[in-house]
Design a protein around this ligand. Structure first.
Ligand code: PLP
Length: 346
């Protein structure tokens, strides 16, 4: 088996490199890839069965990306909420620290599509130093989300240097890594990497699977290595039209995540990032999917459905409504649609 570095080097970045059976409109795709870069590594490419399938849609450029007239560039106002470049401080006690602009696969629905994988995202020793300085002098931040791009694209020693310096800041209690690598290039999760990460506890890792067919034996092995290193694993799924906007698909995904010891954490309404409008689903769809999970399957398999509010308002949970009336008696309906009452306390 080739090393992860070799697989990454063998990634395709031009539509004409796609196998003939997977390429529809190569010229259109090339126009898209000139704006929003394309990268599909051989592992993830191997998960595609046919054009238009849920894996293909996540990875292959679509002309609708450059025709989007609805979504703004930076809906979450991340740039405005960055006191120093590549560090987003939106919530009182936590911050998002972007440490690389690279990914193992460029997701077509990327929330930072405006910059990930392009020269518009400049991350170097200076920006990392400035981020660490800000965290040092902002002690109310106790939870740092290391993200990007994908932090696990950094070589072990570079990632370790960042983790080491974060751990030297006494006010930082929790380090979280956001990485799609367990899904898109699971062989990156070597036993060496897991042994290195283990030295920086309490360390959590939130990964990102969107479809049950991404849960392969290789992905399971990557998650096993991380979980065996004591790293609690969560998943941040995004609802995407034509990929997973279906209750049965989401239910199967959540069940399979638990089997590989990943706890579904969030399921997101798609952000309004420019170039991704065609992926968005009605909020009602997400609520219906939540209703099909709650009570029907293990509570462990039920993530929080949330919309990240445009303008930088933060994540807002969206919950199906089980309340029929509020009064002396609370009248609810349960997951089966049966009416239940509870005598309120005044
Ligand atoms: C999502 C996010 C967080 C973390 O939010 P949690 O609800 O704690 O997972 C922190 N900072 C930014 C900028 C975020 O977008």
């Amino acid at each position: 088996m080739a090393s992860w570095q070799t697989l990454l080097k063998q990634s395709i970045s031009r539509p004409e490199q796609l196998p003939r059976r997977l390429a529809a409109a190569r010229e259109e795709m090339a126009r898209v890839a000139a704006v929003y870069p394309m990268r599909i590594n051989p592992y993830y490419l191997g998960l595609i069965r046919e054009p238009g399938d849920p894996i293909w849609r996540q990875a292959v450029p679509d002309v609708r990306e450059i025709e989007d007239r609805v979504c703004p560039e930076d809906p979450l106002a991340e740039e405005r909420l960055s006191p120093v470049p590549n560090l987003v401080h939106k919530y009182p006690d936590r911050a998002l620290f972007l440490v690389t602009s690279q990914c193992a696969m460029f997701c077509r629905f990327c929330t930072r599509k405006r910059k990930v994988g392009t020269t518009r995202m400049v991350i170097d020793d200076d920006t990392i130093r400035a981020g660490l300085d800000y965290l040092r002098k902002t002690p109310e931040i106790r939870d740092v989300l290391v993200s990007g791009g994908d932090p696990l694209l950094l070589p072990d020693h570079r990632l370790e240097a960042i983790l080491q310096r974060l751990r030297q800041i006494p006010s930082i209690e929790i380090i979280r890594i956001g990485s799609r690598v367990p899904c898109t290039l699971p062989m990156r999760v070597t036993t060496r990497l897991a042994a290195m990460l283990k030295r920086y506890h309490p360390l959590y890792l939130n990964t990102h699977f969107n479809h049950p067919s991404e849960i392969t034996p290789q992905a399971a092995l990557a998650c096993k290595r991380l979980a065996d290193a004591g790293i609690p694993l969560g998943c941040q799924t995004v609802l995407l039209r034509g990929v997973n906007d279906d209750a049965a698909v989401v239910r199967e995904l959540m069940r399979k995540l638990l089997l590989i010891r990943v706890k579904p954490y969030y399921i997101f309404q798609a952000d309004m990032s420019r170039g991704t409008d065609h992926f968005r689903t009605p909020v009602e769809k997400g609520l219906a999917i939540m209703k099909s999970l709650i009570g029907h399957t293990s509570g462990l398999a039920v993530p929080t459905f949330a919309v990240d509010a445009p303008g930088g308002g933060g994540k807002i949970p969206l919950v199906p409504d089980y309340v029929r009336s509020l009064g002396t008696d609370l009248v609810f309906e349960n997951y089966q649609g049966l009416t239940c009452t509870y005598r309120n306390v005044t």
